[in-house]
Write a protein that binds this ligand. Structure first.
Ligand SMILES: O=C(O)CCC(=O)C(=O)O
Ligand SMILES: [Fe+2]
Length: 356
């Protein structure tokens, strides 16, 4: 880790803080008691820290290695190749996102990451694709031999793992999983192939890998290739979450916090500017664009209903994306992208760290 790091970018190390590791093995056995045990461990982790590692997840290491290799192969191409697939050429956010797109304050504030973004494949005649700006539609692919198969194969595997996790979390919350899965037909579940860019600038609040945020969907299944990720725990203290071989990091997102009336925590996290190249791949497990998200019936109280007013899953993603990506903000300023809902400057799910 670099030495020129400002105090607000420091975190406790994994040795000082306890990060749960949940063994998912029991989800794949046909045994209700085993499944319930895993569900209880996931629920415990989701309630206490909101993020955790999972092991025995069933995705072969060879598939993970192939995804890292595919991401590297794309990102090592020259800028002129990558820009052929600029996400700003689409109205549903697919393709390449250069680092200058990140955040409203570039270059005063720099998020040193670039990405390839894809999502659930929806047909060309899907009404939300035709309407535009709804994060729904067909993927685009770079002209690299075998790349589509590798990336979409990984997407399907991680997406299916997400369905298992959803099922287990529903079990833990005591809700029928069908109540949750009925909102998944053409979900806005993005996979990002992120590369953090080598640079020799310091690590400060303005110079980051990715600024502190929570994820906007149900939960995120994240692969990381090297350290840099920091997560805010239940006590609102930053701790480092380095990769553990064979594990994914999972964090709860804004939708599950809402569904559970705040029992599950949507975890703030960030990547500091480590200065070296770093690869990571989050899959944001989301819902159909038009799904209205509010506390599930059993978690409705006057307090939870007040704290979590109904929001459409896709609108929440769009309002956060307009703030995140400059091409979207530009399209909005030009009147090409018209939103009939509010775009707050900050995510209402944001929590501040202690002492920050
Ligand atoms: O790169 C990482 O480890 C985290 C990425 C992340 O938080 C995000 O893309 O939302
Ligand atoms: Fe994130």
């Amino acid at each position: 880790m670099r030495s020129n790091i400002s105090d607000d970018q420091r975190a406790l190390t994994i040795d000082d803080a306890n990060l749960p590791v949940v063994d998912l093995g029991g989800l794949f056995a046909d045994d209700a008691a085993e499944k319930a045990k895993v569900a209880a461990a996931l629920g415990d982790a989701a309630r206490t820290s909101g993020f955790f590692y999972i092991t025995n997840h069933g995705i072969p290491q060879a598939q993970i290695d192939a995804l890292f290799a595919a991401s590297k192969e794309f990102h090592e191409k020259p800028r002129r190749f990558k820009m052929k697939y600029w996400s700003g050429f689409t109205t549903h956010h697919r393709g390449y996102v250069p680092y200058e797109e990140n955040g409203a304050d570039f270059p005063k504030s720099i998020n040193f990451n670039e990405a390839w973004d894809m999502s659930y494949e929806a047909p060309e005649d899907h009404p939300d694709y035709l309407a535009g700006w709804r994060m729904t539609g067909p993927n685009i692919w770079p002209d690299i031999q075998g790349w589509r198969e590798t990336v979409s194969g990984y997407y399907d595997a991680a997406f299916n793992l997400g369905l298992r996790l959803l099922d287990a979390l529903a079990l833990e919350l005591g809700v029928d999983s069908e109540e949750l899965t009925r909102h998944i037909t053409y979900p806005t579940s993005q996979l990002r192939l992120l590369r953090y860019i080598e640079n020799d600038l310091p690590a400060t609040k303005e110079l980051v890998g990715i600024a502190a945020h929570s994820d906007f969907e149900c939960f995120t299944i994240l692969l990381t290739g090297s350290p840099g990720l920091q997560v805010m725990n239940a006590e609102d203290v930053w701790i480092e979450a380095p990769p553990i071989p064979g594990c994914f990091v999972v964090n709860i997102g804004d939708i599950f916090e809402t569904w559970s009336g705040g029992q599950f925590k949507s975890t703030q996290h960030r990547v500091t500017n480590i200065g070296t190249e770093r690869y990571s791949m989050p899959l944001f497990f989301g819902l159909d664009y038009h799904t209205v998200v509010e506390p599930l019936e059993k978690f409705r109280t006057p307090e939870t209903l007040e704290k979590y007013p109904p929001m459409k899953a896709g609108e929440h993603l769009m309002r956060m994306s307009v703030n995140a990506f400059r091409y979207m903000a530009d399209a909005r300023a030009k009147g090409d992208l018209v939103l009939d809902f509010e775009v707050p400057e900050e995510n209402p799910f944001k929590r501040e760290a202690k002492g920050a």
